[in-house]
Write a protein that binds this ligand. Structure first.
Ligand SMILES: NC(=O)c1ccc[n+]([C@@H]2O[C@H](COP(=O)([O-])OP(=O)(O)OC[C@H]3O[C@@H](n4cnc5c(N)ncnc54)[C@H](O)[C@@H]3O)[C@@H](O)[C@H]2O)c1
Length: 464
């Protein structure tokens, strides 16, 4: 499906949220230390999950470097440019150490992480052999699954229950068991499961009371990912959503998240084509270059590609991918430049490519006096290689959020928008998609938490 965006309906809605300005950086209390083990629970032990876990173990064993991870390699500038203070982020805020991470997961297939990683075909055999003892020890728990939500796959490792509430109870029991058997002092859940079919929120998603009634009655509008989210939040465990499904982007989950001080964030990892889109589109807007069309297409041959071959799952992904241009370009403010854009996104399942996706973009722009120009992008990327460091950062940052008195009770962690194609925001607030605004928001949040001055890039003080 393509969208033609019209300026009139595109004006961003005014935020319905109460806004309290944070002009000064004064955190109201200290961050609890990252003591003990951090348990990472992953529904969906496929290509992304196994590339992430194998990568963490490879890094722990000194076999590879955490390239692409802001928490491991990134720095944050503090104070004036003349002060020369740029610590590593992991030294600036108390993050869990890689050595303290322990893992579990759920999947509809019975493969352990070694087998699943071998099947995914992302990492080379030699590396996987070195990691085999560790990866083989992570075996999947039985999943909560509904074929109606993911039509292209089916598997044997699935829980049975009298109702969706019964299934939620079984997941809660899994979580408690893992907490005990792993000795983890803290947990996070990271959804790396397949993209579920497109649905819109209904009455059952509006409050905890309505949702629990829906669980007891096995309401068909409650998707499996929502049952994992409910179970996690009920156990006080933060939940990050790497797929475009609604999952935690619902009033019920916001209510639970706040009530149980378990942060939530999502949706849909921003990895290949959308990453590029959210880099290029802000550049056009910054230079007031117009845009008449953006055609994006992909070939992808992994299981994710197969799942997305189903129109229901593709629609969920499409919605997530289409939203970014409108919010970045603000056609309501710039109707002559962005009031009439033809934007189309396609994903084609093409098995020979496996996880090595190729994403093409044809971009039609126009400049001075309306003269047209074109840009072509051909990104030969590796989907899971781009996603794995995002998973690591989210795990560590969401855990940090739960140890910060200022963040743990606010629900949605908008400061983590940097990692998502379709960032969750407070109701009524439009999302920030520009990658560099997102990065500034993230780093300023860290500065704020530590009582450091926020960086505005004004810079006049250097010329006094
Ligand atoms: N790799 C990327 O660049 C990228 C970017 C954005 C989003 N994503 C999303 O991340 C998710 C994972 O991607 P992937 O490439 O690892 O896909 P994958 O198909 O390799 O893995 C997904 C796994 O989830 C399992 N699963 C499905 N439903 C489940 C359920 N209800 N409970 C437990 N397990 C379940 C499947 O059996 C499969 O093993 C997908 O939703 C994908 O759209 C990936």
């Amino acid at each position: 499906m393509a969208t033609r965006q019209k300026s009139a309906k595109s004006a961003p809605k005014a935020a319905q949220v109460e806004v309290k300005e944070k002009t000064q950086s004064k955190p109201n209390s200290t961050i609890a230390p990252a003591k003990g083990k951090l348990g990472v629970m992953i529904p969906g032990m496929g290509a992304v999950a196994t590339t992430f876990v194998a990568g963490v173990e490879a890094i722990r064993q000194g076999l590879a470097k955490p390239i692409g991870s802001l928490t491991q390699m990134g720095t944050v500038r503090l104070g004036k440019r003349t002060e020369g203070r740029s610590p590593k982020i992991k030294e600036f805020v108390p993050l869990a150490r890689l050595d303290d991470l322990v893992f579990t997961g759920w999947d509809i297939f019975e493969d352990n992480m070694y087998e699943a990683a071998s099947n995914a075909g992302v990492l080379d055999h030699r590396l996987l052999e070195q990691l085999k003892p560790f990866l083989s020890s992570v075996t999947p728990r039985a999943a909560v699954f509904d074929h109606n939500y993911v039509k292209k796959i089916d598997g044997p490792n699935v829980k049975k229950g009298k109702s969706k509430m019964d299934l939620a109870e079984q997941l809660r029991a899994d979580i408690r068991e893992f907490r005990k058997s792993s000795g983890a002092s803290r947990l996070v859940t990271m959804w790396c499961g397949s993209t579920e079919s497109y649905i819109e929120p209904t009455a059952a998603h509006q409050s905890v009371k309505a949702f629990e009634k829906g669980l007891r009655e096995s309401d068909e509008m409650i998707a499996p990912s929502m049952i994992y989210a409910y179970a996690s939040l009920m156990e006080g465990v933060p939940f990050a959503n790497g797929a475009p499904n609604l999952t935690v982007d619902l009033p019920v989950m916001l209510e639970l998240s706040r009530q149980n001080e378990a942060p939530i964030c999502g949706k849909d990892f921003k990895t290949g084509q959308t990453l590029m889109k959210t880099v290029l589109a802000p550049a056009f807007k910054a230079r007031l270059l117009g845009l008449s069309g953006w055609y994006s297409t992909n070939i992808l041959g992994n299981r994710d590609g197969e799942v997305l071959d189903d129109p229901g799952s593709f629609k969920t992904k499409e919605e997530s991918k289409l939203g970014v241009l409108e919010h970045i370009l603000q056609p309501g403010l710039y109707p002559e430049l962005y009031g009439n854009i033809f934007h189309k996104v396609r994903i084609n399942y093409y098995p020979p490519r496996g996880d090595n996706k190729e994403g093409w973009d044809n971009i039609d722009i126009f400049g001075w006096l309306g003269y047209p120009m074109q840009i072509k992008v051909d990104f030969l990327c590796r989907d899971s290689i781009l996603a794995a460091p995002i998973v690591l950062d989210l795990v560590l940052f969401v855990d940090l959020a739960q140890r910060c008195p200022e963040l743990k009770g606010i629900g949605i962690q908008e400061w983590l928008s940097f990692y998502f194609k379709s960032p969750m925001t407070a109701p009524g607030l439009y999302p920030e998609h520009d990658l560099f605004i997102q990065l500034m928001k993230l780093k300023n949040t860290l500065r704020h938490l530590k009582g450091e001055e926020l960086i505005t890039h004004l810079g006049l003080e250097y010329y006094d």
